[in-house]
Ligand binder design. Structure first.
Ligand code: PMP
Length: 283
């Protein structure tokens, strides 16, 4: 494996950055996770735009233009001869002094890793997964807007720990007002009376690229969609539920906080969206 760091390639064991990098010291930076399907980078432009928007929100200057960044990603994929896989694109604030002041960091560090990923064991896509509500709330947008895909995932990690302690693989996170935001690393959808519903990003969700793709697919299939407010009541009484993310793709949820969703099996709408999604990414 060859890892791209600031325009140069390093073997996996030699791919290192400074311990004074503020990405490590303070989680100061942004990142993207992107899929490669059949030799093509899926939704690359959308990921690059979100990366630059995240960086802008935290006043982080990326030392490459969007076009240069796209080319660096494509070159890293080619260098690693990845036909199918997963790209982790990381921009840290760069090397600086001890102390959080980002003006000490002269140049952001750009890291691109092209690797493989499997987020959930295969069987869960057929039988669905059980999730719980975490007591850790999603951050408020007047703190750090959850639309910033930052290197600081501790808030989500706390919720993930709660999921694991409850014997589940994932957890639902609510915002401060108690509305459903998203899961720890995925967006959440429900199907109710034939309509596809997901929390609008301003309820505390990442503006997911898979989420948007699923909404596009649903609309092309004639399914009504809405980005709206959802509470746990809406989740418990949904006909179907599933999560979406670049790594997870579309994964059915069949139990939430001990309530069986629908008939306890992945639903028909979820299955048709998953099939259409698979066809789209392969194409
Ligand atoms: N929410 C969070 C917190 C995430 O980290 C991710 C990405 N893993 C998502 C949602 C899904 O976003 P996307 O579809 O763009 O990968």
């Amino acid at each position: 494996m060859k890892v791209y760091i600031d325009g140069r390639y390093y073997d996996r064991s030699d791919a290192r950055i400074s311990v004074f990098d503020h990405g490590i010291l303070y989680g100061d930076g942004v990142f993207e996770g992107i899929r490669i399907y059949n030799g093509k980078v899926f939704r690359l432009r959308e990921h690059i735009v979100r990366l630059y928007q995240s960086a802008k929100a935290i006043l982080l200057d990326i030392p490459l233009s969007m076009e240069e960044m796209e080319n660096a990603v494509l070159e890293t994929v080619k260098t690693n001869q990845k036909h199918n896989g997963y790209i982790r694109l990381v921009i840290t604030r760069g090397e600086g002094a001890l102390g959080i002041d980002p003006t000490q960091c002269k140049r952001a560090t750009v890291i691109i890793i092209a690797d493989d990923i499997q987020l959930y064991p295969g069987g869960y896509y057929e039988k669905g997964i059980e999730i719980v509500t975490a007591s850790s709330r999603r951050l408020a947008s007047d703190g750090l807007d959850p639309r910033v895909k930052s290197l600081n995932y501790l808030n989500n990690i706390m919720a993930k720990i709660e999921a694991r302690q409850a014997g589940c693989l994932e957890a639902v996170m609510l915002n401060r007002e108690g509305f459903v935001a998203e899961c720890t690393g995925d967006n959440l959808f429900v199907v109710k009376d034939g309509k596809l519903l997901t929390p609008a990003p301003y309820y505390g969700a990442l503006d997911g690229i898979t989420m948007k793709t699923v909404i596009e697919i649903a609309e092309s299939l004639g399914i009504e969609t809405s980005e709206t407010a959802l509470t746990r009541y809406d989740l418990y009484n949904a006909d179907e539920c599933f999560m979406t993310g670049t790594g997870a793709e579309i994964i059915p949820v069949i139990r939430i906080d001990g309530r069986v969703i629908g008939d306890g099996r992945p639903g028909k709408t979820t299955a048709s969206l998953l099939n259409a999604y698979k066809a789209l990414v392969k194409g």
